[in-house]
Write a protein that binds this ligand. Structure first.
Ligand SMILES: [Zn+2]
Length: 155
């Protein structure tokens, strides 16, 4: 092999502040990353899949839900993760975009917040005791879907 790039990477293992289940739609990458930093998530295990938390709430195939749950369990095992952040965003192709809601951002937000709640409930059933937060992201900011339950503790 021929070395094509040099960098120095930290070798020590890290404690993961949160596993993030989010969509790979790159329009929301920078803004959501800034938000994560704001809420104190420095070391995260990103689980980036099309649709994000949709894979837990209403997956196209059951295997998608299993895959995401297993990724979370691995994050817990490897990096001591005890907090999961669920993300959905506006105009997500996995939901058919904003067009699927008749172009009505409010109808979309209401539906997707229900989806986040469903994803949180699914996650809590599958992994009891896990701390869960859920956020809806649009082009102007991040909205708390308020799925934190008793036992999630103070953020
Ligand atoms: Zn998306």
């Amino acid at each position: 092999m021929r070395k094509v790039f040099h960098f120095d990477s930290p070798r020590e293992k890290y404690h993961c502040d949160a596993a993030i289940v989010w969509c790979f739609d790159n329009r929301f990458e920078l803004g959501f990353r800034k938000f994560l930093k704001r809420i104190g998530v420095v070391n995260c295990d990103p689980i980036k899949v099309a649709g994000g938390a949709k894979c837990l709430a209403s997956p196209e195939r059951e295997t998608e839900r299993e895959f995401v749950l297993e990724q979370i369990r691995k994050s817990m095992r490897l990096h001591g993760t005890n907090r999961v952040i669920l993300m959905l965003h506006t105009d997500c192709g996995a939901y058919g975009g904003l067009a699927a809601f008749g172009g009505d951002p409010r109808a979309e937000a209401e539906q997707l917040v229900r989806e986040i709640a469903l994803a949180a409930a699914t996650l809590r059933t599958a992994i009891p005791g896990i701390r869960v937060e859920g956020y809806f992201v649009d082009f102007e900011g991040v909205w708390d879907a308020e799925v934190d339950g008793p036992g999630d503790g103070a953020a």
